[in-house]
Write a protein that binds this ligand. Structure first.
Ligand code: GLN
Ligand code: ZN
Length: 778
């Protein structure tokens, strides 16, 4: 029996990677420093895994930005617009990587970034590969080889991890019509073959190919692609060549057993946290010599492993396959959990008792090792003592009084259908809102947050350390709000925001004010590139002891006659971007959060706020990966949003915001949220997704994001105008709002000022051009 790991967090316990990246981008450190920081993070991770006792330690799981982008570079899939950059003197591989991820607007170049989207149902974003008809691949980078050798020099044998060829293609997107990206497989495979040959020459013993799509609903062509790909890869599989571990996660593969038998890989990794039941279905049918890596430790959540439960699964596998054919592992890469629980020392944020219930990446690997030891030597007294100690916390958590709040449970039990519906249908509410708000055509607004400058972060840190008092801190925030309210008025915005300066994060802020949530100090998880989030931990029933946003919204509204939007985070997003309790259905937790938000909506209305935005940035991301599970999720997700918002008066305009493309599948449910306005991300995909809104005859109003805030690039007025012109072709002008893609928190002020003034100008010109025309009335 061996232990296996699929990937370790790359950002570092103290977000070392983030700091280095940002220093490099701002020119505060050089290329050498960047490389050094990378190798020191890798060294730390490898040595840690070695000392914990992991047998199959991953390499090439590190990335300076994203592992899918690394693959694009590896196979030479570099969109043409970046090629001129390659001719630049002193342009390094990392610079190309960053240009592709972030766009490049320097020295006379103005090159847009690649699209970014969510990695399956996680909050990790990858850079979407772009494909063209008949395109050719070639080995462009030697990163996996470099990193394997680097570890070897430290005396550590590693298992290079690569995204498998089929999933790599499926994760991408055709950038021109007339072909399917799977047609490129044949040309792509030789690059993988040549890598395998080089691994073989280096004496690599295991290679991992991640094929998460194998665990999803796939069509016939994808099925055939898997067969083709792995037949070719296996053909290069001479003696001494590395053995291949095929890794699947986030769903089960029991329905693919025939395919797995055809592929005949040396080992298969399965996710037994998401789909424990697949074990029983796979064991009797597994190809004879295949090893099975049992993903029993949750790589997506932070609860301590229930060793008894895992040992039952391991025992079942052991009986069927024998010890030699078993690997024990986390369910997926540990990219999705924070590094080390030992870094949590603030008991105000994370009470000691709750901390006892948790395991972060390092602790999860320790659990993997302990499980292996226990599975081989259950009678060992020292191990038995460890097991008992560990299981004591598992039992404690189940029965803890910290968790259960009878009042909340009672209120949930008493809900009736009226609680989930606004009083009047949209058409009637719209009239009431038009009369109350008197907004022009193409109203302009932003998504909520403004740049969180170094000064804001400094003052907040001072406040958190107790160096300045509450009053001084709040005065500072009020000054910031005053400044941005006037700034927005001057620029000509129609609906203003207060800027969210009091929030470190749209989820953490509410979590800090709600009962049932705990926070961490260093629990960082990578979201995209250098951006990390610190998901709160929902450990108990959720309740709102007092209003959370009212005083800020009220203050902001007192400064202007224009409407100021109240800003709340929706129940599904709170859930999705937190580590959620696993002792009750997610839907129940979502409804509890919804009730808290509902009360906040009522308090905001009472304070005179006439527009309230409830962000549901993550509804799409929570969509189950398998079709058969989707209807149930969508049903409770929609109902929890409605529970949060439906208490509002007719004339109160409810906005919601979502940050992703790919709406087509869930457009009906978006309509079913019954929000009055929805703002969505779509500038990177050139408004493609508006097609869905047109075909479906979306009833309410829409603010398609007109520029990409994830890139520092400032859009031109022509670009925005072009997008707006496209939007009015697809939808009646009176249904349209003008806003950026998402909040502006991560941007700086100079960029933001430029971009927003371009945006407002473009909207005003559109308004003038269309005033009184038929298009405006339609
Ligand atoms: N209101 C939030 C903000 O502007 C929304 C962020 C998001 O959707 N991710 O920051
Ligand atoms: Zn967003």
């Amino acid at each position: 029996m061996k232990t296996n790991n699929l990937g370790y967090p790359r950002i570092g316990v103290k977000r070392e990677l983030k700091k280095t990246l940002e220093d490099y981008w701002s020119g505060q450190c050089g290329h050498e420093d960047l490389l050094l920081a990378g190798s020191s993070l890798r060294r730390h991770n490898w040595q840690l895994q070695q000392s914990v006792g992991i047998d199959l330690i991953p390499s090439n799981d590190f990335s300076f930005y994203d592992h899918v982008l690394d693959m694009s570079l590896l196979v030479g899939n570099i969109p043409e617009r970046y090629l001129p950059l390659l001719e630049k003197l002193s342009f390094q591989e990392a610079d190309l990587l960053f240009a592709m991820a972030r766009g490049y607007q320097k020295d006379g170049h103005d090159i847009t970034a690649m699209e970014m989207t969510k990695w399956f149902d996680t909050n990790y974003h990858y850079i979407v590969p772009e494909f063209r008809k008949g395109q050719k691949f070639r080995r462009f980078s030697d990163k996996p080889l470099r990193e394997y050798r680097e570890a070897k020099e430290l005396g550590i044998e590693t298992k290079p991890v690569l995204l498998g060829p089929v999933s790599y293609l499926l994760l991408g997107k055709e950038k021109e019509p007339g072909f399917h990206r799977l047609e490129l497989l044949e040309d792509l495979l030789p690059v993988y073959v040549s890598l395998l040959e080089e691994f073989s020459a280096l004496g690599v013993s295991w290679v991992e190919f991640d094929e998460p799509y194998l665990a999803l609903d796939i069509d016939h062509d994808s099925y055939a692609a898997f067969v083709q790909a792995y037949q070719v890869l296996k053909a290069t599989h001479k003696t001494g060549a590395p053995r291949i571990l095929l890794a699947t996660y986030f769903e089960g593969v029991a329905d693919k057993i025939e395919l797995l038998r055809t592929l005949q890989m040396d080992a298969l990794h399965i996710d037994l946290v998401r789909r424990p039941e697949q074990l029983g279905e796979l064991l009797p049918n597994l190809p004879e010599t295949m090893l099975l890596s049992l993903g029993v430790v949750d790589g997506r959540n932070i609860w301590k492993n229930d060793l008894d439960h895992s040992l039952r699964l391991i025992g079942q596998a052991k009986d069927a396959l024998g010890e030699e054919r078993i690997l024990i592992a986390p369910s997926c890469s540990l990219l999705h959990v924070p590094c080390d629980l030992a870094a949590e020392t603030d008991s105000k944020k994370l009470p000691g008792q709750v901390k006892n219930w948790l395991a972060f990446a390092q602790q999860k690997l320790e659990e993997v090792v302990l499980l292996r030891q226990l599975a081989s030597a259950p009678q060992d007294p020292e191990l038995a003592r460890k097991r008992q100690e560990h299981q004591r916390h598992i039992a404690e958590r189940k029965n803890s009084t910290l968790i259960h709040n009878p009042k909340v449970k009672e209120r949930l039990a008493q809900l009736s259908p009226q609680d989930f519906a606004r009083k009047k249908p949209f058409a009637q509410r719209e009239q009431a809102q038009v009369e109350k708000l008197r907004l022009p055509l193409f109203p302009t607004t932003t998504i909520g947050s403004f740049p969180q400058t170094a000064e804001i972060r400094r003052v907040r840190a001072q406040f958190n350390k107790g160096e300045i008092g509450q009053e001084e801190y709040e005065n500072f925030l009020r000054k910031e709000i005053e400044r941005v309210i006037h700034w927005q008025e001057n620029l000509g915005f129609d609906v203003l925001v207060h800027g969210e300066f009091e929030r470190t994060d749209m989820v953490e802020y509410f979590a800090s004010l709600l009962q049932g949530f705990a926070l961490t100090k260093n629990g960082w998880v990578q979201s995209y590139g250098s951006r990390c989030v610190k998901p709160p931990i929902i450990y108990g029933d959720v309740a709102r002891p007092q209003p959370m946003t009212v005083s800020w919204a009220k203050f902001a509204q007192s400064l202007t006659k224009k409407p100021v939007k109240g800003m709340l985070t929706g129940p599904v997003t709170m859930l999705q971007w937190s580590f959620v309790r696993d002792d009750q259905p997610r839907s129940e937790t979502a409804f509890q959060i919804a009730l808290a938000i509902r009360d906040e909506v009522r308090d905001l209305e009472e304070a005179g706020i006439s527009i309230i935005q409830i962000d549901e940035a993550a509804i799409r991301e929570g969509l189950p990966l398998r079709k058969k599970d989707q209807p149930h999720y969508l049903d409770w997700a929609v109902r929890s949003f409605r529970l949060a918002s439906a208490g509002a008066k007719d004339e109160t305009q409810i906005h919601t915001h979502m940050c992703y493309s790919e709406f087509n599948e869930i457009i009906e449910q978006i309509a079913a949220l019954d929000a009055d306005v929805v703002t969505i991300e779509c500038s990177r995909s050139q408004m493609e997704l508006l097609d869905a809104f047109r075909d479906f005859h979306y009833p309410a109003q829409i603010g398609p994001g007109v520029y990409d805030i994830h890139s520092p690039r400032v859009p031109t007025e022509q670009e925005i105008t072009a997008l707006l012109e496209k939007a009015v072709q697809l939808l009646p002008a009176r249904q349209l709002w003008v806003n950026p893609d998402c909040g502006l928190k991560t941007r700086n002020w100079p960029e933001t000022e430029k971009a927003l003034s371009v945006m407002v100008r473009a909207a005003q010109k559109m308004r003038a051009r269309l005033a009184g025309t038929e298009q405006a009335m339609r």
